[in-house]
Design a protein around this ligand. Structure first.
Ligand SMILES: [Zn+2]
Ligand SMILES: [Zn+2]
Length: 380
C-alpha cells in the first residue's frame, strides 16, 4: 500500500510499504477515507522529536472497515468509523477511568498513552496511508451515522482536534457565562473557541499572529486578538475590565514563537498567567515534551521552562494539562455534528490526495498564508 513515510528532518515521501493487516484477533483494518495533517505532525517533521525514521505518520483518521479480526464483536465490514488518535485497551486502570489518553496496556513499557504514527507513543503505524490497523477495535472505533458521506470532513475532526479543543475547555473549567482567552488560533485553538461557545462562554478571545488564522477565529465566533506586534496581554486585560479572563487555554505548545519569530517556550504559559484572573483556571493542551534536544536554550533541551510560578501562586490559579482522552468526548461531539450544532470542517483550507502530502507538509510547516488545515483523501 502507499503511505506517507518520515525519513528525517523535513524529509517525508509517499512510499510503497507493507500492507496494514490483522495482527491480533481484536484488530480491524480500515480503508482510510480521510486523514489529516496535524500541528503535532510538524513537531516530528521538523526533527524535534525522537520519532523513528521509517514511521508512517498520521493520527487523525476516518475510514471504512475492510477486514475484521475473529474476536471483534460489534464492528462490521463496511462500517464507517472515526478513530481516536490515542489507542486505548479499555480494561487498564486508566482506560477504566476514562483516561484513554494514558492507556497502560498499549503504551511503551514504563509510560502511559499510545497513538498512531506518533513519537514515543508505541509502535503503531499512522493513517496517512491507504489502510490502517486498528487495535482493540470494539473499544476504539467510533461508529458514524448515515450522513457520513456529506459530513465526512466534519466527523474526521473527532479523531483529535475537536475533542482536544473541547478538552482544553474542560481542563480550564469553563462554565456558562465565563470569559475565555485562548492562545493559539491553529486548528486546536479554533476548536477550543467553538467548544467554549457551545459551553456558553460569554466572551471568547483567541490570540494569534497570523492573519488567516485570526480571520478563522472570527468565523468561529471569537474576538480575534492580533499579537503580531505583541501586546496580547494588555488587549485581553482591556477587554476584561483589567481583571483578566475567567479561564484560559493553551493551544500552542513548546515551539511557540514571539512576534519577532524567535522560539520562547515559556511565552504562552506566562502570558496566560498574566491574562487570566486571580483564581481562574488554565487548560494546557499544546504539546510540551520531556526532552527537546533540538531547542535553542539549555532549559528547553531538558523540557523545562522558566514559569512565572510566583504570580501563578499569588493569583491562586489552577492549571490542568495533557493530551485529550478523546473517547471521553467523541460520542457527544459526534452528535453535535449530526444535529448541525457544530461544524468543525470550517477550518479546512486544503483537501488533497495522499500523493501531495509531502508538499502539504512543507507549506503547512512554513505557516504559508492560507494553509490552516490540510486533509488528505488516500482513496481519491
Ligand atoms: Zn492531531
Ligand atoms: Zn488501557
Amino acid at each position: 500500500m502507499k503511505a506517507l513515510v518520515y525519513h528525517g528532518t523535513k524529509s517525508v515521501s509517499v512510499d510503497k510499504v507493507i500492507d496494514a493487516k490483522i495482527e491480533k484477533p481484536t484488530d480491524v483494518v480500515v480503508k482510510i477515507a480521510t486523514t489529516n495533517i496535524c500541528g503535532s505532525d510538524l513537531h516530528m517533521y521538523e526533527g524535534r522529536t525522537n520519532v523513528k525514521k521509517g514511521t508512517v505518520l498520521g493520527h487523525e483518521n476516518l475510514g471504512r472497515v475492510e477486514e475484521v479480526g475473529k474476536a471483534v464483536d460489534t464492528v462490521k465490514v463496511g462500517d464507517y468509523v472515526c478513530l481516536p488518535f490515542n489507542i486505548g485497551c479499555g480494561f487498564c486502570a486508566n482506560c477504566e477511568r476514562g483516561l484513554t489518553g494514558f492507556c497502560l496496556t498499549c503504551a511503551e513499557p514504563g509510560s502511559a498513552g499510545a497513538a498512531y504514527g506518533f513519537a514515543g507513543m508505541g509502535p503503531y503505524s499512522g493513517g496517512q496511508a491507504e489502510y490502517l490497523r486498528v487495535p482493540y477495535a470494539d473499544f476504539n472505533c467510533l461508529q458514524l451515522p448515515e450522513d457520513v458521506k456529506q459530513k465526512e470532513n466534519d466527523y474526521v475532526m473527532l479523531s483529535d482536534i475537536f475533542p482536544t479543543g473541547w478538552h482544553a475547555t474542560e481542563l480550564a473549567g469553563i462554565q456558562p457565562g465565563d470569559s475565555v482567552v485562548i492562545y493559539g488560533a491553529g486548528p486546536v485553538g479554533l476548536m477550543a473557541g467553538i467548544s467554549a461557545n457551545i459551553r456558553g462562554a460569554s466572551q471568547v478571545m483567541i490570540v494569534d499572529q497570523h492573519p488567516d488564522r485570526l480571520k478563522l477565529a472570527k468565523e468561529c465566533g471569537a474576538i480575534a486578538i492580533d499579537d503580531s506586534k505583541g501586546g496580547a496581554v494588555e488587549k485581553v486585560l482591556a477587554l476584561t475590565d483589567g481583571l483578566g479572563a475567567d479561564c484560559g487555554c493553551e493551544a500552542v505548545g513548546y515551539q511557540c514563537q514571539d512576534h519577532h519569530g524567535h522560539e520562547v517556550p515559556n511565552l504562552t504559559m506566562n502570558n496566560l498567567v498574566k491574562s487570566v484572573k486571580a483564581t481562574g483556571g488554565i487548560g494546557v493542551v499544546g504539546v510540551f515534551l520531556p526532552k527537546d534536544p533540538g531547542a535553542a536554550d539549555d532549559m528547553a533541551k531538558k523540557g523545562q521552562i522558566a514559569f512565572d510560578f510566583g504570580t501563578f501562586w499569588f493569583k491562586g490559579q489552577k492549571i490542568k494539562t495533557g493530551q485529550a482522552n478523546v473517547k471521553a468526548y467523541n460520542r457527544k461531539l459526534r452528535d453535535l455534528i449530526t444535529a448541525g450544532k457544530a461544524k468543525p470542517s470550517i477550518i479546512i483550507s486544503h483537501e488533497l490526495p495522499l500523493d501531495q502530502a509531502p508538499e502539504a507538509y512543507k507549506n503547512f510547516d512554513d505557516r504559508k498564508n492560507g494553509w490552516t488545515k490540510v486533509i488528505l483523501k488516500p482513496a481519491a
